[in-house]
Structures are given as C-alpha cells and as structure tokens.
Design a protein around this ligand. Sequence first.
Ligand code: ADP
Length: 446
Amino acid sequence: MEEIREIAQKFERYSAHSHITGLGLDENLRARDIGGGLVGQKKAREAAGIIVRLIREGKMAGRGILIAGPPGTGKTAIAVAISKELGKDIPFVQVSASEFYSSEMKKTEALYQTMRKAIGVRIRDTRRVLEGEVVELDYNMVPNPYNPTQKIPESATITLATKSEKRRFSVGSRIAMQFMYAGITKGDVIVIDKETGRVTRLGKSSSAKKFDIGDEDVVEVPDGTVEKDKEFTYVVTLHDLDEARARRSTIFSLFSSESREIDNEIRQAVDEQVKDWIEQGMAELIPGVLFIDETHLMDIELFAFMNRAMESEMAPIIILASNRGFARIRGTDEVSPHGIPLDLLDRLLIITTEPYSREDIRLIIETRAAEMGLLIDESALEKLTEIGASNSLRYAIQLLAPANELAKIRNSSKIEVEDVERAEQLFADVSKSSAYLKEWEEKMLS
Ligand code: ADP
C-alpha cells in the first residue's frame, strides 16, 4: 500500500462547465426548465437521466453512449452532468479524439491510458499512527560516514501532544532524516505511520501559530490519544497505480518522463492488486466517465481497440460526441453514420442535442453570468444573446469575463452593451480567427 499515499489525486476541473451540478430532473425524471445549471435541451437531459439509472443498475456494461448534435449544443455539458449525477469522486475525463495521435506513444496506448484515467479506486486503509503537535524535537547529530564534513542525525527524540496527552518517543536515523527533510519544527502537527515510519506534516497547529506569515495551512491540535488507528481514504485512478508501479519496476524511472508507454504486464499486476483489495474490503472501484469529443477523428484501429476494452470489467463509461453526419471511417474507405463503425454503433445508446432557441441561449447566458457573480444590463444581455444565436453559444459565454473587465475599467459594476461590443471587437471567435488567417494566406499566395 505504501506507494499509494505518495499520489496526490487531483481531478481536472472544467471551468467552462463549472455551473453544471446535475441534469436538473424531477423525481419522475422529467427535466425542469432550469435545473442543475442546465437550461432547455430537455429531451437529451431526460434521456441522460435514464442512462444514469441504467449505469447505476449495471445495465450499461459493455455499452456506450453517443451524443450527436451541432457544436455548442451542450454535448459536453450533458456528459459533465451525467458524471455529477453518478456521485462525487467520479472521475471525469474529457479528451478530443485528436489527442490520441502523438509522437510519444502508440495511439491505442494513448487511448488505453486515457481509459484508465477514467477509472477511480477508492481505497480505505486503517493505519496505526502517532499524531500530535510537536512540542519538543532534539536531534543527535553525528558525522556523515560518507562525508565527514557533514553531520546527519543518528537519532532524535520527539514529544507529541494532543489536547489530552503528551508522549515522548525516540526515533532512529531514518525517521529523524525525514523530520529534517520535511523541515519539521516545534508547533507542527504531524502524523507518523507506525508500521512504515512515514512522516506526514499536516500543518501548523492553531495554538502555535502566532504570526500570519504566508498562506500556510493551520490545523487543530488533535483530540484523544497520540497513538491511534486512523482511517484514510484515497481516490486514485488505475492510471495512477499503473504509473506508480511502472516507476518502481523499470530502470526508466531514472529518466522519468511524463508520458510514456506502460507495459501490459504492469497493468495486469495492478488489476490483480486492485481485485485483491476489493475482495479484502479495502477498496472499491468507481468507474468514471470518459468523454471523447470529435469522435470522427478516431480511426478503425482505435475503434476496434475500444470495442474490445468496453467489454472488460474494468471499463469506464464511455460517452462519444459527434457533430458530423455521415463520414468516412478513418483508415478505411467506408462511410458510416458519424464515421463510427457499425459494430460499435450497435452498442451505443444515442442521444441527440438540438440547436438552442433564442430564449434558451438568453437563459443560459443569464444563468452563467449569475453563477460568475456578474451583473448584466438588459441590452447587454440582448447583445450577447444575438452573438450566441448568430455566432456560437460558447463564444457568447466566453465574452462574459472580458466584458466584465471592461465594465470595471469604466468604474461600472454592471456589464453594459458597450462592454460587450468592445469585447467582441477585441476577441475573435474561432470562425473569425481562422477566416482571417485564410484570407491572409490567400493574399500571400497571389
Ligand atoms: P458541445 O459539447 O455540444 O460543443 P458545450 O457543452 O461545450 O457544447 O456547450 C458550450 C457552453 O455552453 C459550455 O460552457 C456549456 O457549459 C454551456 N451550455 C451548453 N448547453 C447548456 C445548457 N443546456 N444549459 C446551460 N449551459 C449550457
């Protein structure tokens, strides 16, 4: 278990969708006009609600979801909402299919790693620990046998205090070295794992902290006894475990690079380890959501690989998104709906999203502004709605933040129409920026 606690798990956040907290359905799975941060798109939301139930009942095993609809119609938003409905700690991984093609690894390897990033393992572990505020720490220093000009701690004595007791310990050089490296001083609250000797610093004790320097973590002095059983839970992903094991078992750890291929043997060993933990009641698997945008960029090999991987018991929930109608399946001459092979299409439940009405666009922008804590004038909102309808919703939403800065520069607490207009002049949307470069390229050629 030791290697696990070294992994700090952080799920990426998607700020463009931070307003989304769920699908916004009532108890009969009917979509509210506004709910969970979502507006309109009711049929798709209700279908997604059914899918959430199927997932919970284990009836989506070996199957996937396809969300088909024009750009900016909330395909990503609905996928985020599905993961929110499934519960907290659910990994959500968003990729564009183009990201599978890189020079660093085989495309199927990239897909496999991404799939494993979308599967969480919640690990419960009870450890015997010593926990308390450091009230005394003395090192017994001796010359370093390898470098006599240096001194290293041969041992140390430490006194740990909780609110109700104080205990004094002597520790050997390995733990004493950890104290030194971690810069532990009086007033810190620390945890020492009794079995492994690992030292973790929790922060500065609230009683010892007299000056407010920096933004250091302040923690309470613990209650109860110094020695106790403490339960830890961690959520890590299968990919984290793969990497941790690969790091330990290959010489390449010396030149550790961020992205590299992982041996299948390593993944098998990780799977077995995780199964063991699950059997012993120490862990549970939390399949997350893998959202793959621009599915038409996947080629036949990737599709075949995914088809097989979906059948494995350790597969995430796969949501594909497509904004193409019929397209050629990459790597073949075949044309199929969404550029997806038929055998995979057979396994997909398909949801469609529709272009938003003007009122929906207006409401989405309004909701978004409210969530960002922005005040917006009626005519400015109207202008953004127009931009959302004629350009793209995504662009209209992106203009909110710069428009608000422009309002602040005018000493106004409210976004007015002039701020929106100026933001629109300053910032291009994708179609404007690409059209500009295209025009310029044509000039250069002639
Ligand atoms: P797509 O994935 O179809 O291209 P997105 O989900 O990225 O579209 O939508 C663009 C932006 O609009 C995102 O910021 C998204 O959160 C927001 N959005 C889309 N649909 C809705 C909706 N029905 N309610 C609220 N916000 C939405």
